[in-house]
Write a protein that binds this ligand. Structure first.
Ligand SMILES: C[S@@+](CC[C@H](N)C(=O)[O-])C[C@H]1O[C@@H](n2cnc3c(N)ncnc32)[C@H](O)[C@@H]1O
Length: 410
């Protein structure tokens, strides 16, 4: 295919991808829409076929480690558009992007215009060299590219009206708040108890308050801010794995006898329609259940001891010598599923009932609401000065969550 045809095809595929994002409600402003229609994404993802580059829901991996795990990518258009809408970037703004692929920085450059400033930082010199080259070739030489660990921020070009983080963060380093303008906005994929949400925060003095939290996935942050989950293999075999985000609440051997007990089963009466989202349920359980974790079962070793609906990813919790996970069953008319709990261990009935009660409480008090209000306060802030009902402690910050009822806005 000659260059002219390839460029035409790219432009057509790009428009179709943007049409998809507008129709799906991800793109809501003319500004983000026109940036997406203008910037030639394929120039920043040359390793992939055009159909993949312009698949609205597909990331293009640009670097992997020795095990084939993605270390850098050009994120999926849907995720980029969603975060840019959350960021609300105005013409003339100064913006820091953390994690560089080139393409997203070019979109930001379109949003801020000639009067604005865009800085993108990446920890990986291969990534920044590539981003620099591709930005220059695509006509975005005015974007600054910096190589460093974003844990320390990029103070030399601060303060920023917006910071958009494009790697999965476990914590909010103090430098990000320090480098934000007084009413600046931080958009960050933040992991809380193993669940990642793209959260837009407004700065209020020394703390941040959320304006939205949306489901997303990202390659994890490297460098000083990297944080690994802890894996507990139940009964010492690879069959049942429990992943804890904030350290393990128990000694591994405490659970060894749990798998020898029969399974308790409690159904909650809470049902969910086929396409209905339930991301607030995940975050709700993650914050109200002590010992919250994610359970995965190796299908090749499946002995039937546990029988979750989703073998690769089930919400679970450990309490001492007992563990439990959330599962579902079809309702009689097959139009929806009902949530229930399976539990194993000496206190199985008690733990299953407790989690089922939380499922009902979510249904009655949280479901259909606007989702949690999330705050970020410096580590060391006394608990009596924190808002919200739940606190998740990180290295640099204390994350607060409160749950408005349906009808209340967060
Ligand atoms: C998903 S990619 C960035 C995508 C990019 N914004 C785009 O245009 O689509 C995530 C990047 O974050 C970078 N990263 C990870 N940890 C980092 C850190 N501590 N400081 C700066 N960059 C980091 C990775 O090297 C990777 O290139």
């Amino acid at each position: 295919m000659n260059d002219m045809n390839a460029a035409d095809r790219a432009a057509r595929l790009r428009d179709e991808a943007v049409d998809t994002l507008v129709a799906g409600g991800t793109v809501t402003t003319k500004e983000v829409e026109s940036a997406l229609r203008k910037v030639p994404r394929h120039l920043f993802a040359r390793e992939a076929p055009l159909e993949d580059v312009y698949d609205a829901y597909r990331a293009v991996v640009t670097k992997t480690d020795e095990y084939g795990v993605a270390q850098s990518s050009v994120s999926a258009p849907q995720v980029q558009a969603m975060m840019l809408e959350q960021a609300g970037i105005a013409p003339g703004a100064r913006v820091l992007e953390i994690g560089s692929g080139g393409y997203n920085a070019a979109l930001v450059a379109e949003l801020v215009g000639e009067a604005g400033e865009v800085t993108t930082v990446d920890i990986d010199p291969d990534v920044t060299a590539r981003a620099r080259r591709l930005l220059d070739e695509a006509g975005y030489s005015r974007v600054r590219v910096v190589t460093s660990d974003a844990e320390e921020g990029v103070p030399q070009h601060a303060r920023y009206d917006a910071i958009v983080v494009t790697a999965g963060a476990w914590d909010i380093p103090c430098a990000w708040v320090r480098d934000l303008a007084p009413h600046g906005r931080l958009v960050v994929p933040l992991r809380m108890r193993g669940l990642t949400r793209s959260i837009s925060f407004n700065r209020h003095g020394d703390h941040l308050a959320s304006t939205s939290a949306l489901v997303c996935g990202f390659v994890p942050m490297r460098g000083a801010g990297a944080h690994r989950e802890t894996l507990l293999l139940v009964n010492g075999t690879d069959e049942i794995g429990l992943r804890f985000d904030d350290g393990m609440p128990i000694q591994p051997q405490e659970l060894d006898n749990a798998v020898r007990t029969p399974r308790a089963e409690v159904w909650s009466g809470v049902t969910l329609g086929r396409q209905e989202p339930f991301d607030t349920l995940q975050l709700y359980l993650a914050t109200v259940l002590g010992g919250f974790c994610i359970m995965a079962v190796d299908p090749t070793l499946d002995s039937g001891v546990v029988a979750p609906t989703n073998k690769r990813y089930s919400l679970a919790a450990v309490a001492g010598d007992t563990f439990a996970y959330v599962t579902t069953r079809r309702t009689d008319d097959e139009s929806s599923v009902e949530f229930g709990v399976h539990a194993l261990g000496p206190h199985r009935q008690q733990l299953a009932e407790e989690i089922a009660a939380h499922l009902r409480r979510w249904n009655e008090t949280v479901r259909g609401g606007s989702g949690p209000t999330i705050g970020v306060y410096p580590a060391g802030t006394p608990t009596d000065q924190l808002p919200g009902e739940r606190v998740i402690d990180k290295r640099h910050s204390r994350i607060t969550l409160s749950w408005p009822s349906p009808g209340e806005t967060s």
